[in-house]
Design a protein around this ligand. Structure first.
Ligand SMILES: Cc1cc2nc3c(=O)[nH]c(=O)nc-3n(C[C@H](O)[C@H](O)[C@H](O)COP(=O)(O)OP(=O)(O)OC[C@H]3O[C@@H](n4cnc5c(N)ncnc54)[C@H](O)[C@@H]3O)c2cc1C
Length: 436
C-alpha cells in the first residue's frame, strides 16, 4: 500500500498522455487553464509511436471536401449512438487538424487515398513536437503515475477530484476538473490496459463491452498454409447470417491464421461485433472485382477456348497469383489431375471456377485479439456524456476524450482524428465553462 504524504493541485488533471490527452493539454493550456497530465508510462504518447507502421497516419484528407465535411467524416465512425460523433467533428475536423499541427511545427503530407502523415514520415516526430509544445507551455507531465483510484468530493468544488497513483512519490493529485483520456484496449504494451474503464465505472459510468476493431480475421479453411503470403487486389464482403453487411476493396493478404490487409481490417469490426452476438460470419472474397459475373464467365470461356490445349492450371497463369492456382484446382475437385486440359473441363468444374473467382467464401471463426487490433469498438457509454462538450452527465467536471468512450473509426487515420477532435472539443468546452 502507498502512504500518501503530500498533495499536488491543478485546476485540470488529464489522465493519459496519449493522442487525446496531449491534444486536450495543449488546448486547455492555450486557454489559460492550469493543466497537468498523469501518465502511467515513462514517456508520453507510447501508442502514437506505434501508429501507421511507425509513420503515424494522423488523419485522412479524402473526406475533407465541400461544406459537409463533418457529415462525411462522421460516417467513418461507429458508436451505439450513431449521431454522437458529429457535433465533436463539427468543432474540430480535418482542416483544423492539419492547421493545428502546422502551427505546432509539424507540417503534414498526403500519401495514398488521402492518408495524412507527418512530413518526416516518422511517428516519433509527433511525440517530439508534443513534448516541445508541453515544454513551451509549462505543462507538468507526471510520468510513471498510473492512476489507481479517483475519489470525487461532494463538498469541496476546488478539490473535487483526488487521484491516487501507483508511484514511489507518495503524492496525491487533486483537481477541480478531470479529463479521462486513457484509451481503449489495443496495444497492451503501450499502457492501455482498460484501467480507465474501471475508473469511469467506479464513478458510475456504464461500459459497453469492448471488442477489437481494425483487426485481422481468423478463418476456417484447410489450405491456409498453402495460401499464406499471397497478396492480391480483391473485394471482400462480410456476411452475417448470409446477408452482406459491408464490402471493401483493396489489397487482401492471406496468412496461416486467415485474412488481413486494409479491406479485411476495415471489416474486422463487423465480424467482432457479430461473433460476440453468436451470429454466423463469413468473409467472401471476389478475386476479379473489376468484372461482373457474366464478364468473368465470358473471360474464362474465351481463355479456355483459346488455350484449349493447355492444362487448366496453365490457363490461370497471368491473371491469378501462382500460389493460388493449386488451391483453386483442389477446390474444384481436380487437384489430383495436374495434366487435365482446358478442352476436357466438365461443365460442373467450370461452374465451381465461375463461382469461386467471384465468391470465395471463408467461415470466420474469430478475430485476432486486442494485442493485434488497432482500435477498440465499445467503451464508456456515450449516452452518459453531453454530446458537444463530452462532459459526464453523471459527474459534472469530469470529461472523456479519445478511444475510452464508445466511438471508433475506420482504418485510415480516423481513430487518431477522433482523439484530436474529442480532446480539443472537451478542452474548449471546459474553457467556455470556466471563463463564461
Ligand atoms: C498498432 C496500432 C497502430 C495504429 N495506427 C493508427 C493510425 O495510423 N492512425 C489512426 O488514426 N489510428 C491508429 N491507431 C489507433 C490510435 O492509436 C488510437 O485510436 C489512439 O491512440 C487513441 O488515443 P487515446 O488518447 O484515446 O488513447 P491512447 O493514445 O491509447 O493513450 C492513452 C494513454 O493513457 C495512459 N493510461 C491508460 N490508463 C492509465 C491510468 N490508469 N493512469 C495513467 N495513465 C493511463 C496510457 O499509458 C496511454 O499513454 C493504431 C493503434 C495501434 C494499436
Amino acid at each position: 500500500m502507498y502512504d500518501y504524504q503530500a498533495s499536488m493541485h491543478h485546476k485540470l488533471i488529464i489522465i493519459g498522455a496519449g493522442a487525446s490527452g496531449l491534444m486536450a493539454a495543449v488546448t486547455a493550456r492555450d486557454l489559460g487553464i492550469d493543466t497537468a497530465i498523469l501518465e502511467s508510462n515513462d514517456r508520453i504518447g507510447k501508442k502514437i509511436s506505434m501508429t501507421g507502421d511507425g509513420r503515424c497516419n494522423i488523419t485522412n484528407e479524402s473526406t475533407a471536401t465541400g461544406t459537409d465535411e463533418a457529415v462525411a467524416l462522421s460516417r467513418k465512425y461507429h458508436s451505439s449512438q450513431a449521431e454522437f460523433p458529429l457535433p465533436v467533428l463539427q468543432q474540430f475536423g480535418i482542416r483544423q487538424t492539419i492547421d493545428f499541427f502546422n502551427v505546432l511545427g509539424l507540417p503534414l503530407t498526403r500519401l495514398k487515398e488521402g492518408f495524412m502523415y507527418p512530413m518526416s514520415l516518422q511517428a516519433a516526430s509527433v511525440l517530439d513536437i508534443f513534448e516541445l509544445a508541453l515544454e513551451d507551455r509549462n505543462v507538468p507531465v507526471y510520468l510513471n503515475n498510473k492512476v489507481l483510484d479517483v475519489t470525487v468530493s461532494k463538498d469541496s468544488p476546488r478539490f473535487k477530484f483526488t487521484c491516487r497513483t501507483e508511484t514511489e512519490e507518495q503524492v496525491v493529485y487533486t483537481s477541480e476538473y478531470l479529463f479521462l483520456c486513457t484509451g481503449g484496449l489495443t496495444g497492451l504494451n503501450a499502457g492501455t490496459d482498460g484501467s480507465g474503464y474501471a475508473l469511469a465505472q467506479r464513478m458510475g459510468h456504464t461500459l459497453i463491452e469492448p471488442v477489437p476493431a481494425i483487426v485481422q480475421l481468423k478463418v476456417q479453411y484447410p489450405h491456409l498454409k498453402a495460401l499464406s503470403g499471397i497478396k492480391l487486389q480483391g473485394r471482400a464482403h462480410i456476411l452475417v447470417n448470409g446477408e452482406v453487411v459491408r464490402s471493401e476493396t483493396g489489397e487482401i493478404h492471406f496468412a496461416e491464421y486467415g485474412l488481413s490487409g486494409p479491406p479485411i481490417l476495415q471489416l474486422g469490426r463487423k465480424a467482432a461485433v457479430h461473433l460476440a452476438r453468436g451470429d454466423s460470419v463469413t468473409v467472401s472474397v471476389d478475386l476479379m472485382p473489376g468484372r461482373t459475373e457474366e464478364e468473368v464467365i465470358e473471360f474464362l470461356e474465351m481463355n479456355w477456348g483459346t488455350f484449349a490445349h493447355r492444362t487448366v492450371a496453365e490457363s490461370f497463369i497471368g491473371f491469378l497469383h501462382k500460389k493460388l492456382i493449386p488451391v483453386l484446382l483442389k477446390e474444384a475437385g481436380i487437384g489430383q489431375e495436374p495434366n487435365l486440359l482446358c478442352q476436357d473441363l466438365s461443365w460442373k468444374t467450370k461452374g465451381i471456377f465461375y463461382k469461386i473467382l467471384k465468391h470465395w467464401d471463408f467461415k470466420v471463426t474469430d478475430t485476432h485479439s486486442f494485442e493485434n487490433a488497432q482500435a477498440t469498438a465499445g467503451g464508456i457509454a456515450t449516452k452518459e456524456l453531453v454530446a458537444n462538450t463530452l462532459e459526464s452527465k453523471l459527474v459534472p467536471g469530469l470529461y472523456l476524450a479519445g478511444e475510452v468512450m464508445d466511438v471508433d473509426g475506420d482504418f485510415g487515420g480516423y481513430n487518431l482524428q477522433w482523439s484530436w477532435s474529442s480532446g480539443y472539443s472537451a478542452a474548449m468546452a471546459l474553457g467556455k465553462h470556466i471563463f463564461k
